[in-house]
Design a protein around this ligand. Structure first.
Ligand code: AMP
Length: 257
């Protein structure tokens, strides 16, 4: 299965194609999950287009679409959530979006129980989410193989996202700043910089676009998401922040495995 919130783009379609190539049948869920949005976030305005999504998903190889109504997933009296504890959920997105990962863990567990997939495909675009999903899937013996899929980008490097439609024409070219900061870190690492020096190179790139207000830029252990002071195989740079109209996240492996 491929869990999504819909408004499908090339990133989602790559997950569906991978799933179709590697499995007999593919179910795609399209559900804007209220539980993973905080107060003041964009649950109401999150873009939706079921008809177009269904066509795109089918063309990419989906056999089933699961599109439940919120009241079907969370009927009156619903009272159980999955809380993923520990350092993995305390930092980064977990800190900026309290309750977000509990919402993700709860809906993904429900989707796994409803669909009973052998494998589930998740994008590296949401890298911390991928690691959180791996954590509770293992912790709760859900018996689903989690398959990671690399980030799909626009030609100029912007990571594809349903939220990119919120970017104004003026912001759109500047939105490459996340990708450019990550590239600067990877290039600095390749030319002998320490993680601290590479991070400074990335911060300099972010400073060049004052409309973008960073929430964090860090170089972390890919498994624990703890910041690192020495290079380790698979080290990841992660970044998130806000333009006036939209919050964006991105990440990149900056030290080879
Ligand atoms: P969403 O609809 O935003 O919840 O995303 C559904 C799935 O698609 C998640 O596993 C995301 O990580 C994945 N995804 C979203 N954007 C991309 C992208 N640009 N490249 C790869 N995977 C993506």
């Amino acid at each position: 299965m491929v869990p999504t919130m819909g408004y499908l783009h090339e990133g989602h379609l790559e997950l569906i194609r991978r799933a179709a190539a590697e499995n007999d049948e593919v179910a795609v869920s399209i559900f804007v999950n209220p539980l993973q949005f905080g107060p003041g976030e964009d649950y109401q305005t999150y873009p939706r287009d079921l008809e177009r999504d269904a066509e795109l998903a089918e063309a990419a190889g989906a056999d089933w679409i699961f599109h439940p109504a919120p009241e079907v997933m969370y009927p009156p009296g619903f009272a159980t959530t999955i809380h993923v504890g520990g350092p993995l959920t305390e930092r980064w997105e977990g800190e900026r979006r309290p309750g977000h990962f509990d919402g993700v863990a709860t809906v993904v567990t429900k989707l796994f129980n409803l669909i009973r997939p052998d494998r589930a495909y998740f994008g590296e675009k949401d890298f911390q989410q991928l690691q959180v999903v791996r954590r509770f899937t293992a912790d709760l013996n859900l018996g689903v193989e989690i398959v990671p899929v690399p980030i799909v980008r626009e030609p100029d490097g912007l990571a594809r996202s349903s939220r990119n439609v919120y970017l104004t024409a003026g912001e759109r070219p500047k939105a490459t700043v996340l990708y450019r900061a990550l590239l600067a870190i990877r290039e600095a690492a390749a030319s002998g910089a320490s993680p601290a020096e590479a991070l400074a190179a990335g911060e300099k790139v972010l400073d060049g676009v004052p409309e973008f207000v960073p929430d964090y830029l860090a170089i972390v252990d890919p498994d624990t998401l703890e910041p690192i002071s020495k290079w380790i195989p698979g080290a990841r740079a992660i970044v998130a922040g806000r333009f006036p109209t939209v919050r964006l996240i991105d990440n990149m492996e900056v030290w080879d495995r």
